[in-house]
Design a protein around this ligand. Structure first.
Ligand code: MG
Length: 322
């Protein structure tokens, strides 16, 4: 197995610092070649890109590069069989996403709702007082369901209780689930679940995968770019939980791979899987890859080419040997 990489930067629309990642080309042999997206989030605990690349050189896989190899192998299979992995017949309705809640993004919800979205995921926990006001305003003017993702930013159950209690009745009613409100703790999450349905993402790392007991959450988040998908799915089934696939908010190629995994899991487990959250392309300024996407409201359609698509662009990248 040989690796090649092509570093890239994505510029967030919200003008925050550019994000670094690398496309990976994995070559098993002349015929078996697949691609994936290595996009670490050092601020959330991943090792930085340079370290990931260095470890890959020594064939020490991290959870991210392990997933890259897995996704590249799926891609390679599609390319060898000359078929696109994505199925335009399976229409999954993705949630919209708001990474930063302010007056401007609240106004943007109007066109979003008109475009057919019925759920929006909002990243919260940065400025709770302001966010509460804005969420209440959203609930006054929209019927869209809310997925509130705190990324464990609140410190405790008490802070979460205060947040929820400050929401209007209609805002509370519109909550689809709350993701990672504060660091996982069985007792505290048990109480928090009485306030709103909870989804667990980062907290899952703290839970023994083999434990029989259902964790104190309602929905399990599956991120194909960092989690062993089969293991996570087995957990969801064992614990009788709902599950949803979300993207890693990285390069369009990697996001398309997440959307494809979402399709696959929806076909296999239609009663377990909830609407995915893979529509994270436009949090960045468009790149050449963005122009090849086929998006329609909450729906993602295939990108031309074999495997996950983008054949022409992938050929044109500058590939550095590891
Ligand atoms: Mg999350």
């Amino acid at each position: 197995m040989k690796f090649f990489y092509s570093p890239y930067q994505l510029q967030p629309q919200d003008k925050s610092a550019p994000r670094s990642g690398a496309l990976l080309k994995v070559v098993w042999n002349e015929r078996k070649i697949g691609y994936a997206d290595l996009h670490p989030w050092p601020e959330l605990g991943d090792e930085p890109l340079a370290v990931q690349i260095e470890k890959l050189k020594q064939l020490k896989l991290t959870n991210l590069t392990e997933q890259c190899v897995w996704l590249a192998s799926i891609d390679a299979k599609g390319r060898m069989e000359k078929r696109n992995l994505y199925d335009n017949q399976i229409l999954l309705k993705n949630n919209a996403i708001i990474t930063k809640l302010d007056n401007h993004t609240v106004e943007l919800l109007d066109p979003v709702a008109k475009n057919g979205f019925s759920k929006v995921k909002i990243k919260v926990g940065v400025d709770p007082d302001e966010e509460i006001k804005l969420i209440n305003r959203i609930a006054q003017t929209h019927t869209i369901k809310l997925r509130l993702d705190f990324n464990n930013r609140l410190l405790s159950y008490a802070a979460f209780e205060k947040f929820i209690n400050a929401l209007s009745v209609s805002a509370k009613f519109q909550i689809d689930y709350v993701e990672d409100p504060f660091p996982y703790n069985e007792e505290a999450w048990k109480k928090a679940r009485e306030l709103a349905p909870l989804a667990i993402d980062w907290g899952l790392e703290k839970i023994d995968l083999r434990q029989d007991q259902h964790p104190q959450a309602d929905v399990l988040i599956i991120k194909p770019m960092r989690d062993d998908v089969d293991k996570r799915m087995a957990q969801a089934l064992k614990w009788n939980m709902k599950a949803t696939v979300t993207s890693h908010m990285g390069h369009p190629l990697g996001v398309m791979q997440c959307a494809q995994v979402a399709q696959d899991l929806h076909v296999k487990h239609p009663n377990v899987m909830l609407d995915p959250g893979c529509l994270t392309f436009d949090i960045y300024q468009p790149t050449e890859f963005h122009f090849h996407l086929n998006l329609q409201g909450p729906y993602i359609r295939k990108v031309a080419g074999w495997g996950i698509g983008f054949d022409v662009l992938l050929k044109g990248q500058k590939w550095l040997p590891l």
